[in-house]
Design a protein around this ligand. Structure first.
Ligand code: NDP
Ligand code: TDO
Length: 300
């Protein structure tokens, strides 16, 4: 019988990807606002109780990194307290919980990819609110599994790939920071991996499968590398060439500080869950192909 997985959020990149990748072995029940509002504890508990789920994936979040600097209370309520309400429901229902978190819990000063037990020190409100969420999730549901991912893109919603393709429609050159390193990750790959993890958790009570794990696309990049790969692939689709000017973080001031190095070490997930995500370049090319196949060039 298919495992019934309740997911928080209805239209986010990861939720949409889970809906697309769900197979005959997994049924996704996507719970978004107004039925489930992370700012409203009662709605979270009642939506999850009503879902008759076998497992929960906490994917909804306040993800506007810069805007969160102006709206710290909302970010904290959604990503901190809200994540805790979801964990409370998982504990009450006695079902496995996978909670999605972020590389932005780190300050980026390490000279190597971060491991799960490295000290956290978020630079901005978004990262701090997601860290608060991790703490609350583990307090309310000690058997939860937290998957920290990073730099998520997909054919859906708002993300860096879609921003670059949009800018490339009207510009010959785009300045992109080359001194922030991370792991670009396809939401569709996150969906495949999350389904594997959650299905295993529903069958296996091993405590080693619980706790914090890093889960990103394989391989590392700067944002400028990602932009170059996007425009190179777009050119293969006949799009006008776009140059990437490799700039520094100081050249591109933003309200929120971002980590210079937020590469994550995924070896714990591979060792204990047997899960590894594909190389970011292959998944990024597939995403660009899909977006451009759906949208003919301007003026065509
Ligand atoms: N995007 C990224 O680069 C990264 C994301 N993550 C994490 O991965 C997870 C999924 O991210 P992603 O799919 O990209 O997110 P998106 O920004 O694409 O979607 C976020 C979803 O959360 C929902 N949401 C926001 N506020 C609330 C609320 N108060 N109650 C209920 N739902 C709410 C939104 O609903 P609505 O559609 O109604 O606005 C939206 O559907 C998040 O936990 C995020 O922190 C981790 C690393 C990188
Ligand atoms: C649009 C643009 C951005 N940039 C820079 C700004 C920033 O340093 C970097 C990425 O910009 P974005 O605002 O798209 O990405 P950002 O919102 O920082 O993405 C983050 O989102 C949250 C939700 C996460 O959890 C993180 O893992 C990460 O993916 O690129 C440029 O240099 N040039 C540009 O034209």
């Amino acid at each position: 019988m298919a495992i019934r997985i309740a997911v928080t959020g209805a239209q986010g990149q990861v939720v949409t990807s889970l809906l697309e990748r769900a197979s005959s072995t997994a049924e996704i029940v996507a719970l978004g606002r107004p039925k489930l509002d992370l700012m409203d504890r009662d709605s979270v508990l009642s939506a999850l109780r009503d879902s008759r789920c076998d497992a929960i994936v906490g994917a909804a979040a306040y993800t506007a990194v810069d805007k969160s600097e102006q709206e710290p209370e909302i970010a904290m309520r959604v990503n901190g307290a809200g994540a805790g309400f979801v964990a409370e429901a998982a504990a009450e229902l006695g079902v496995p919980l996978v909670h999605i978190s972020t590389d932005y819990v780190f300050d980026g000063t390490a000279a190597r990819p971060y491991r799960e037990d490295d000290p956290t020190a978020p630079l901005g409100v978004y990262g701090a609110s997601k860290l608060e969420g991790e703490t609350r999730v583990l307090a309310a549901c000690p058997g939860a599994t937290i998957l920290r991912t990073a730099w998520v893109y997909s054919p859906f919603g708002a993300n860096f790939v879609r921003t670059m393709l949009r800018l490339g429609e009207t510009r010959e050159e785009v300045g992109v920071v080359a001194d922030q390193l991370g792991n670009p990750t396809s939401a569709l790959d996150i969906a495949d991996a999350t389904l594997a993890v959650v299905t295993r958790l529903a069958q296996d009570a091993d405590p080693a499968l619980r706790g914090v794990f890093h889960m990103t696309g394989s391989g590392e990049a700067s944002w400028a590398d990602v932009a170059e790969a996007i425009f190179a692939r777009a050119a293969e689709h006949g799009r006008a060439p776009v140059r990437v000017r490799r700039i520094t973080t100081a050249d591109y001031p933003t309200p929120a500080k971002r980590p210079a190095n937020s590469r994550l070490d995924n070896s714990k997930l591979a060792r204990l869950h047997g899960v590894a995500l594909p190389d970011w370049r292959a998944s990024l090319a597939a995403c660009v192909d899909r977006l451009l196949a759906a949208a003919p060039p301007r003026g065509a």
